[in-house]
Design a protein around this ligand. Structure first.
Ligand SMILES: *[C@@H]1O[C@H](CO)[C@@H](O)[C@H](O)[C@H]1NC(C)=O
Ligand SMILES: *[C@@H]1O[C@H](CO)[C@@H](O)[C@H](O)[C@H]1NC(C)=O
Ligand SMILES: *[C@@H]1O[C@H](CO)[C@@H](O)[C@H](O)[C@H]1NC(C)=O
Ligand SMILES: *[C@@H]1O[C@H](CO)[C@@H](O)[C@H](O)[C@H]1NC(C)=O
Ligand SMILES: [Zn+2]
Length: 473
């Protein structure tokens, strides 16, 4: 998950709304019929859960994802490795018996990190753990050597603007929450350049650290000089802040070979179970296949992509035939600004009225507690009933969001086309410990939790796809 732009809004609008009584009498009648219809899925939901958690599907999600991430490692947009990983996925999805397996072309940014280092020279020599930020320019060869100005906030930088010229700006902002603190990663370089800074080092946007740098995309404005920027660890940001508070002069040497190359062609990866009665109507489940160029991209977002495959795989293996089409999409280039999700929306929005619900998992696949849902009151009542089928695995909570659910790739369907949206809620309080770092590996994930997430995804998607009516808008 990159979610750098819109997250503020969601965090702000995030509200828990209890189910409202349905207002119109006609809808009331229809809704109560649909609720009765949902009750009939109790047995099949239990069968899906049993298959996934204790039966033939047990461990499949973990094994498939581990095989994939161990084989390819991380998969940054623009890399040949991501394209090889997509080829592999297309093969696996076909081999699994899914239908209409294909890639949809998207042009994506191609940023490469190259060699990089940040070394403190004064008051003592100390090699810092660091990671350049996506889209950053490199330094001149030989690097940049300069005195450091440490600030805790953009406000402090503004106040001390006359001290900034020719310096490397170090941000030691406190962790508030991701949506708030990510502004420093996004706009740190741009704000530093505005006051004459020559590079920006950003305290990693994370609540916890074992000297781990956490990378991510950053944005230059068009009007300011593009200066090199990287994240450093919480430990080093705090240390430099302490040194500066004591009046100690700090000098850092920063060297980065980062380059923005010509965009290249990538693909969104698509697979289906074609609906038996309403094949043109779609229930979409998704996660993004690309990752940062560190760790294994297992948590962000291998888990989300693979529970989406598994949801279809389970339904296919069980021989169930949903009335409408279940479509899994594994997005490309989410991390560079939702490039795959945006391209898919642009191409397919003409059919928005045929999209029953769009779902994405991109905030971790830990032990699930339920779903987030965005949609009309009547649709929410129905989804609460569908989610109640997940009581046997304690994953039946519905967290209604006013604006849209988490998951950048499915955002516009909800905000522009009024399509209902859902994502999965899990016990993800450690998500940002690992996010965009070398710590994002299979070791963070757990086979049983992945099975539970796959069961949630399969039950929600299948039942919604098999109801006689689409969800009311
Ligand atoms: C990084 O530096 C090493 C040695 O300094 C060199 O062999 C290697 O080619 C460089 N890698 C890149 C991607 O520039
Ligand atoms: C920057 O330039 C790009 C390309 O010319 C344009 O699409 C974008 O809207 C501009 N951004 C701002 C903040 O002006
Ligand atoms: C829209 O839906 C129709 C009917 O199912 C289909 O033939 C067409 O390919 C779809 N168009 C897009 C862009 O998905
Ligand atoms: C669900 O929660 C209850 C109460 O906390 C617990 O006893 C039960 O073992 C849980 N079931 C599962 C499948 O986790
Ligand atoms: Zn992600």
């Amino acid at each position: 998950m990159a979610f750098y732009k819109y997250f503020f809004l969601i965090a702000y609008f995030r509200v828990l709304v209890s189910s409202h009584p349905v207002d119109s009498a006609a809808w009331g009648k229809k809704t109560s019929r649909v609720l009765k219809e949902v009750e009939k899925y109790q047995d099949v939901a239990q069968q899906i859960i049993d298959f996934t958690v204790n039966g033939k599907g047990k461990g499949q999600t973990y094994n498939r994802l581990a095989t994939f991430t161990d084989k390819f490692g991380n998969r940054i947009a623009g890399s040949q490795n991501l394209e090889n990983a997509i080829d592999y996925m297309l093969q696996q999805l076909k081999k699994d018996g899914l239908q209409n397996v294909h890639g949809e072309d998207v042009m994506v940014p191609h940023w490469v990190r190259g060699n990089e280092s940040a070394t403190m020279l004064l008051p003592r020599v100390h090699k810092m753990a660091m990671l350049g930020l996506g889209s950053s320019v490199g330094t001149p060869s030989g690097g940049i050597q300069a005195e450091v100005l440490v600030v805790k906030s953009f406000d402090e930088l503004k106040k001390r603007a006359d001290e900034a010229k020719g310096k490397i700006i170090v941000y030691n902002q406190q962790w508030v929450d991701y949506g708030t603190s990510v502004a420093y990663r996004d706009f740190g370089a741009d704000n530093a350049a505005k006051v004459g800074g020559i590079a920006a080092l950003i305290r990693s946007v994370a609540p916890f650290s074992i000297n781990s740098p956490h990378t991510g995309w950053q944005d230059y404005s068009n009007t300011t000089k593009r200066i090199p920027t990287a994240c450093i660890t919480i430990e080093d940001a705090e240390m430099m802040n302490r040194m500066a508070d004591r009046g100690t002069k700090i000098v850092v040497h920063l060297q980065m070979d980062a380059k923005n190359l010509t965009p290249v062609k990538s693909r969104n990866t698509v697979a289906e179970i074609v609906g038996s009665k309403y094949p043109e109507q779609v229930v979409l489940v998704s996660g993004h296949l690309d990752s940062w160029d560190v760790g294994q991209g297992a948590m962000d977002d291998g888990g989300g992509a693979f529970i989406s495959w598994q949801a279809l795989s389970t339904i296919r293996q069980m021989g169930l035939e949903p009335k409408r089409t279940m479509r899994a999409v594994m997005w490309t280039a989410e991390e560079e600004g939702v490039i795959g999700g945006q391209a898919y929306y642009n191409t397919h929005k003409v059919n928005a009225s045929k999209y029953d619900i769009v779902m994405e998992s991109d905030l971790g696949t830990f032990t699930p507690t339920g779903i987030q849902f965005h949609g009309s009151d009547s649709a929410a009542v129905i989804m609460e009933k569908v989610a109640s089928l997940l009581k046997p695995i304690n994953a039946s909570k519905v967290n209604r969001l006013k604006d849209r659910v988490d998951g950048e790739d499915i955002s516009q369907w909800q905000t522009q086309s009024n399509v209902p949206g859902a994502s999965i809620d899990t016990q993800n309080d450690k998500y940002f410990f690992f996010h965009h770092s070398n710590g994002d590996t299979m070791t963070v994930l757990n086979s049983h939790s992945l099975d539970l997430c796959s069961a949630v995804w399969a039950v929600m998607a299948y039942v919604t796809a098999d109801l006689e009516d689409m969800l009311p808008r």
